[in-house]
Unconditional design. Sequence first.
Length: 82
Amino acid sequence: MKTKDRILSVSLELFNRDGVAQVSTLIIATEMGISPGNLYYHFRGKEEIIATLVTELQNSLTTISNEYVKQVKDFDDYWPFM
């Protein structure tokens, strides 16, 4: 896994576990065992990490929505998307 992807994965885990306000870029870097400079090479700060995670979520929801339209023809087809 690329460092940028690991940063996003670890950040999401920490945000979910401890809350966004409680997690800093230093905590993320320490959790990963990388230097803060390495983290800043990939992201300018916590706000950029959050923005990237939100964009990824939006892209996933768009993909699911597009699949929904293709696969749901009647009510019984609806349940897998719940």
